[in-house]
Write a new protein. Structure first.
Length: 821
């Protein structure tokens, strides 16, 4: 450890563990940074300390982050701590840093400095074209599914050759292997890399060129990695190669916040860090500066249910704060409306600004109803993670033109704009050009140069001058760019000479004029880029926009409520947070019994959501929700049974009632909100036939505040008079239900919603409350039934597969006998 007698002034701003993490500068270091413990400050101060103590020059420090926003914030802080010393740092996202290395060194493995970076839609388009070439119908074999398999393989460093040996077991595996091999050839021929290649190709480079690896190992005296728990196998491998034996590597992370397994993140990277680096020193940062005691206690009570984690105990000196509040709703429409009302109430009563609110959800699809409710109430909001500006068709078209100027080998960009706007170059002509390219091994751009010559492709005569004119236009613009014409001027000339803007104006529709406005906004972005980067090239601008992430689009200063997924919220914080959709099959999503690994990931995701909150936190759950086109009964999230009940209460101030029976939908309602009191059922004025155990129907009378029955222990006052409860025991499943499958609530019997019925009369035994077995899903209980005859459907909760909506005539359900054991 290097600790000078008189350290820089900024060290006094740190607590003792933070100070130790900053000044421990030699050897491998693992900083376990709990949520809100100041990890960004520690990273930036550590770099500033290294520079201030002159332990390394700026260019000898490699600092890797997961978002451009994090990198920018760190750079700004470092510049304020040690002015004039942060200009040459190697700091940025994994993808941007290794893209930079590949610009310098890529020629060693076949890439020029001007290689193109494909986003997921570009990659998918290439896959789709290859599937068509291989005579596979893209409607039957989905390009996105193949592209994801290829991405997974790359992140595991599995080449097409290895994939064929180890994975070609099913038809889909065989198709993936065929496409993967051609896909790699196609990208190399087009001087293009996808996102995964930005990590995979440097590994290939370092493996094949030990001298280049040695050069960068010597260059980087210090390596710092943020959010280490989210690294995948490729990121782990490439940084381990660079660290080498000297292993002067510092990683910062929190295993409790590892939430990107679906992108290949491997929590073992942080859990096993001390196995990789035997001399590693470990420093836990356990003081939380962000959240109140109640919020922190809530988060801690959740994450303690996970078994695989590093030891740490978070604490805070902050005030206790308000209790976490559980909001309960009939459906997602009521949920969105009441969350919007609560935001307006907090804004009016306590003065919270709109940008201090965040609504966090598990899936992007959940945003729609919240957008509608916020718009209806006239509340400002920003949606993070929607359709990216740079994914819009008109923007991708203009970017494709620009890309072609710096990388004419990029076949994907060429095919995108050769007939955009329409130049009368048809699909058959394009196919002939592609056939010529494939058969001769000549790049498509060079095939265009052969058009009209004796050795050129055979295409319709009218198309010849059109192609020649198009190519001449691109060549002219390439020459102007080489002569130093301003980036913005080149873009204006593209739009003018291509006729793109003219075509939008002539169309004259609202949509086309919106597209024109978006292109103007792209030009504004270019102007800002050149203002910030006077020496920036077109290639560097294209790289920057290709690596923009969802979080980079979040504007914390915009006076608007933030809507985003929990994944997108990582690294952010808000005074007031609403976590919505806390129901089984939604949050946690896809967590089946026996799949502890998936459940622990979902629990970590919930922990991340909770720890975004500074002072106020709200949970929200619905009893009904439209899923896959049907309104289904929802089970309350099991996570609400795991939180510390001492810090969570209902809106009325009552203690949250926790459930241990996964079949029990009951959530306590305060009985005082908007007439939504409940008798023995869901709420006033609604009727839901076929409830749990008793086949509850809901009347319109005033509620008594009484909870609906649990299946394991039905209160006598809610059973049908004279009915004898039966018990079915199957594969460890214990369900109690009534013969009749129906009971009256506190009010009138009420009409059953959507024609649902709980009747057991006649010869149809599949009523709500019946215990059934399905060939694929196993044993479950019918929650509700809708429709009649051939259109009859049932909602069934299966013990091991969760909730399913089934067409009764096709499901082939069988009843489970009462005496089964």
């Amino acid at each position: 450890m290097t600790t000078p007698s008189a350290g820089p002034n900024f060290l006094h701003e740190l607590n003792e563990p933070q100070r130790e993490a900053v000044t421990h500068t030699e050897g491998p270091l693992l900083i376990i940074a709990g949520a809100g413990s100041g990890k960004t400050r520690v990273l930036t101060y550590r770099i500033a300390y290294i520079l201030e103590q002159e332990l390394a020059a700026p260019e000898q420090i490699l600092a890797l982050t997961f978002t451009n926003k994090a990198a920018r914030e760190m750079l700004t802080r470092i510049s304020s701590l040690v002015p004039q010393r942060a200009t040459r740092l190697w700091m940025g996202t994994f993808h941007s840093i290794f893209a930079k290395i590949m610009r310098f060194e890529g020629e060693a493995i076949g890439y020029t400095k001007q290689f193109t970076i494909y986003d997921s839609s570009d990659s998918e388009a290439v896959v789709k074209r290859i599937l068509t070439e291989l005579k596979h119908d893209p409607k039957l074999v989905r390009p996105r599914a193949i592209q994801r398999r290829i991405s997974d393989a790359k992140n595991q460093l599995i080449t097409p050759e290895v994939y064929q040996q180890k994975h070609a077991r099913s038809t889909l595996d065989e198709i993936t292997q065929q496409v993967y091999a051609r896909y790699e050839q196609r990208l190399l021929a087009g001087n293009a890399m996808d996102f995964d290649d930005l990590l995979v190709k440097p590994i290939k480079l370092f493996q094949e060129r030990g001298d280049i690896l040695e050069k960068y190992k010597m260059l980087f005296k210090y390596i710092l990695i943020d959010e280490y728990q989210d690294t995948n196998h490729a990121q782990y491998t490439v940084t381990k190669m660079l660290a080498g034996r000297k292993a002067n590597i510092c990683v910062v992370g929190d295993d409790a916040q590892s939430i990107y397994a679906f992108r290949g993140a491997d929590i073992r990277n942080i859990l096993d860090f001390k196995n990789d680096y035997a001399e590693a020193h470990e420093i836990p940062l356990e003081q939380n500066y962000r959240s109140t005691k109640h919020i922190l206690s809530c988060a801690d009570s959740i994450i303690k249910h996970n078994k695989k984690q590093l030891s740490k105990t978070l604490w805070t000196a902050n005030q206790e704060g308000e209790s976490v509040v559980l909001m309960e709703h009939m459906n997602e429409r009521e949920e969105s409306m009441r969350v919007a009302q609560k935001i307006e109430e907090l804004h009016a009563r306590f003065g919270f600004s709109y940008n201090e609110f965040a609504i966090l959800y598990r899936t992007n699809a959940q945003s729609r109803v919240f957008e509608e409710s916020l718009r209806r109430q006239g509340l400002p909001y920003q949606l993070v993670g929607g359709l990216s500006f740079y994914q819009r068709k008109e923007i991708k078209d203009v970017v494709a033109y620009l890309t072609l100027l710096v990388n004419p080998r990029d076949e994907q960009s060429l095919l995108r704009i050769i007939n955009e706007p329409s130049r009368g170059i048809g699909a058959k002509t394009l196919q002939e050009l592609l056939n010529q390219s494939r058969s001769t091994g000549v790049a498509l751009w060079d095939v265009l140069a052969q058009v009209g010559t004796p050795t050129g492709p055979t295409i319709p005569k009218p198309a010849i001058p059109r192609i020649q004119t198009f190519r001449a236009m691109i060549v002219e613009l390439q020459q102007e760019l080489e002569e130093g014409v301003h980036l913005l001027d080149v873009t204006r000339k593209i739009l003018e000479k291509s006729g793109y803007i003219k075509a939008l104006i002539e169309e004259g529709s609202h949509e086309s004029l919106t597209r024109r406005d978006n292109i103007i906004e792209l030009q504004n972005a270019m102007a800002y880029y050149q203002e910030q980067n006077p020496n920036g090239s077109l290639a560097s601008f294209l790289q920057e926009i290709s690596l923009i992430t969802d979080t980079d689009k979040y504007d914390e200063n915009k006076p608007a409520i933030t809507l985003m997924t929990v994944h997108a919220s990582k690294g952010l914080e808000f005074p007031v947070v609403f976590i919505v959709g806390l129901e089984e099959e939604l949050f946690p999503m896809g967590a089946r019994e026996g799949e502890e690994q998936n459940l622990e990931e979902e629990r970590r995701l919930f922990y991340v959501a909770i720890t975004r909150a500074e002072s106020r936190l709200f949970f929200s759950t619905c009893r009904m929700r439209y899923r896959f086109g049907d309104e289904t009964v929802q089970l309350r999230s099991r996570f609400l049974d795991e939180v510390n009940p001492g810090v969570v209460q209902t809106e009325s101030g009552a203690t949250i009632k926790q459930k241990r029976d996964r079949f029990d939908l009951t959530v306590e309602h305060d009985g005082a909100d908007d007439g939504a009191d409940e008798g023995a059922g869901f709420g006033a004025g609604s009727g839901v036939g076929g409830g749990f155990g008793t086949g509850l129907s809901v009347g319109s009378g005033a509620g008594s505040g009484q909870k609906r029955p649990s299946l394991a222990d039905l209160p006598p006052d809610l059973r049908v008079s004279g009915a004898k409860p039966k018990t079915a025991r199957t594969q460890g499943l214990h369900i109690e239900y009534d013969d009749t499958g129906g009971a009256n609530g506190s009010g009138a019997s009420g009409a059953k919603r959507g024609g649902a019925t709980s009747s057991t009369s006649g010869d149809d035994p599949f009523y709500a409350g019946a215990v059934v077995k399905h060939a694929a899903f196993g044993v479950g209980k019918i929650l509700s039934r809708d429709g009649t005859g051939a259109e009859a459907r049932v909602v069934v909760f299966f013990q091991h597969r969760g909730q399913k909506t089934l067409l009764l005539r096709a499901a082939k359900l069988t009843l489970v006998d009462d005496d089964m054991s």
